[in-house]
Ligand binder design. Structure first.
Ligand code: HEM
Length: 525
């Protein structure tokens, strides 16, 4: 679930998550070092004998009454506009350039608000001590707050949030994953050995999203909605990220939320009335929520259960799909790692188990190298920024003053990019996440690896996403001997990416799949 889905998370790039035909987007801006060295034109600066005044920053710090404070290095400017737009064009490059210039704690403008971004182990350790008191909701824009609903975890705090969070373990913890694993395996088999085998191509952005949508509805609802209802999830996503409540996107998002919630509500009420809720394993998730209680010890009302299903599917589908696409691309570019994944999957998973789709979690958990690939992919191509919190009172962090009203965000990309934690940081090395990784100088712990954010709103779904991606890789590597960029039509060697709020391969990118001889004549349908 993307928490950086804030105000401008909006931007057009998020619209790339709409269904096909994929729209033609402009190529990503040139981020070559030469370009980056050019001075941005909008800064009004004077430079003389080593003295540089950034007028926007100077006025901004007077307006914000922070002239006498000891803030971290960096610039916010007058209102953070320039920083925000620079971030939105190239989020990862933005972080990298600032860490290089200022170190792992710096100030900037994030989504038009002054912000302190940090990622050193010391700052994170200190942050963890008070993060639990910070309100999460205020950092979210109005459109997101309304469509995320009062039931959404990202808006909550205190007793209400505790009640919401208490249920996550029941539907995303180990027992739940044990229940989901064979369903995921069957869904993935049908996707890879059905759809992909038939077409011989994979559009990792769009097709993995659709696969994840279907799989997640089945896991969390026990039923896949009709296509037109399921596709409302794209409108809902666009509405959450829309620029304002007067936009069409917001209106459509609101209508989509109603349609989706109504469909879930009807399904929930029907299976409860028929008694299947208690007896049919398909309704595992709904059954857990049918006994969930709120902060007043009252059962969740039906609309809260229904909204929770919609929010869970929404929080998971793009993230899981992005992880699958990045892994597929990284394995293509790292044939040694791909060979190891293939060998491991063939050793652990029997052809019969793969063909039947009946793969228990214990077997999937033996895929240690494959799991390490998924983790390393999240490090190499980080999918999200950290969660945003508003600092309510003046305090200090890492020896710097943090004024009230500043956004605080622990950014996972900062430790990911630090060669002290990850030697040869640009390389894809799944071994970092295996026991031998430490001996090679890798430092993997809660302060250096937190792809799902940290603190009170830390992602409860990373294990589910990892399991889905591992299963995807198991079927991909045992069905296809490899894959290469499909250069026909608009095809390109490497993908462009949607950058905000979740980094995911652009819909136009396609891979050509090389069938394994066993599947040359396979007809899964
Ligand atoms: C690789 C995949 C994923 C990544 C990188 C990811 C990332 C994140 C991040 C960064 C947050 C933290 C937000 C914050 O601190 O404000 C978050 C929260 C959340 N994620 Fe994920 N996510 C992933 C997969 C999933 C999946 C599969 C689910 C399944 C339902 C999920 C459900 C949630 C929920 C419910 C929250 C809100 C937690 C709360 O507010 O207590 N995520 N995610």
């Amino acid at each position: 679930m993307p928490t950086s889905a804030t105000a401008a998370g909006a931007l057009a790039s998020a619209r790339a998550l709409a269904p096909p035909p994929p729209r033609i987007r402009r190529a990503p801006r040139d981020s070559s070092p030469a370009r980056q060295r050019r001075r941005p034109r909008r800064v009004i600066a004077t430079r003389a004998a080593g003295f540089e005044t950034d007028i926007g920053q100077a006025i901004g710090s007077i307006v914000r009454k922070e002239v006498t404070l000891n803030l971290p290095p960096g610039r916010v400017g007058l209102s953070g506009i320039r920083e925000t737009f620079e971030y939105l064009q190239d989020p990862r490059g933005f972080i990298e350039r600032r860490v290089e210039a200022y170190g792992p704690v710096f100030k900037t403008g994030f989504f038009f608000k002054p912000a302190i971004v940090f990622g050193s182990a010391e700052a994170i350790e200190e942050y963890k001590r008070f993060e639990g008191e910070l309100p999460a909701d205020e950092a979210l824009p109005e459109t997101f707050r309304e469509l995320h609903t009062a039931y959404g975890a990202l808006r909550q705090s205190g007793a209400q949030y505790k009640a919401t969070r208490a249920n996550f373990g029941k539907v995303l913890g180990r027992a739940a994953l044990t229940h989901y694993a064979p369903i995921i395996a069957r869904q993935t088999r049908d996707f890879v050995r059905g759809d992909l085998l038939a077409s011989g191509t994979l559009q990792p952005g769009y097709e993995c999203r659709q696969h994840c949508l279907r799989s997640l509805f089945e896991l969390f609802l026990g039923a896949i909605p009709p296509e037109d209802t399921m596709m409302k999830m794209y409108d809902y996503n666009e509405g959450l990220l829309s620029l304002g409540k007067l936009t069409n996107e917001f209106e459509q998002g609101k209508a989509a939320l109603e349609t989706l919630t109504e469909f879930v509500l009807q399904t929930y009420r029907r299976v409860r009335a028929s008694g299947e809720l208690e007896t049919d394993p398909r309704y595992f998730f709904l059954r857990q929520y049918s006994t969930a209680t709120d902060e007043n010890d009252e059962l969740f009302p039906d609309d809260r259960v229904a909204t929770t299903v919609v929010l869970m599917v929404w929080g998971a589908y793009i993230e899981a799909a992005a992880s699958m696409g990045h892994c597929a691309w990284l394995l293509m570019r790292n044939p040694d790692a791909a060979a190891k994944v293939r060998a491991e999957c063939k050793r652990v998973l029997s052809p019969d188990a793969l063909a039947s789709g009946n793969v228990p979690i214990e077997t999937l958990m033996e895929l240690k190298y494959t799991e390490a690939c998924v983790k390393e992919a999240l490090r190499t191509v980080p999918q999200t920024a950290g969660g945003l919190r508003i600092n309510p009172t003046t305090r200090t962090l890492a020896g710097y003053d943090v004024p009230a009203g500043y956004v605080l965000t622990a950014d996972p990309r900062i430790p990911f990019l630090d060669a002290k934690n990850y030697p040869e940081r640009e390389k894809f090395q799944p071994e970092r996440f295996l026991p031998e990784g430490a001996a090679a100088g890798n430092v993997v712990n809660g302060e250096t690896y937190f792809p799902g954010g940290m603190g009170q709103h830390q992602c409860p779904g990373i294990s589910l996403s990892t399991l889905m991606t591992q299963t995807f890789l198991a079927y991909m590597t045992t069905t296809f001997d490899g894959w290469t960029p499909d250069l026909s039509g608009e095809g390109s060697e490497d993908p462009a990416y949607v950058q905000i709020p979740i980094v995911i391969i652009d819909d136009r990118y396609r891979l050509k799949l090389e069938k394994n001889w066993q599947f040359d004549t396979f007809d899964a349908k």
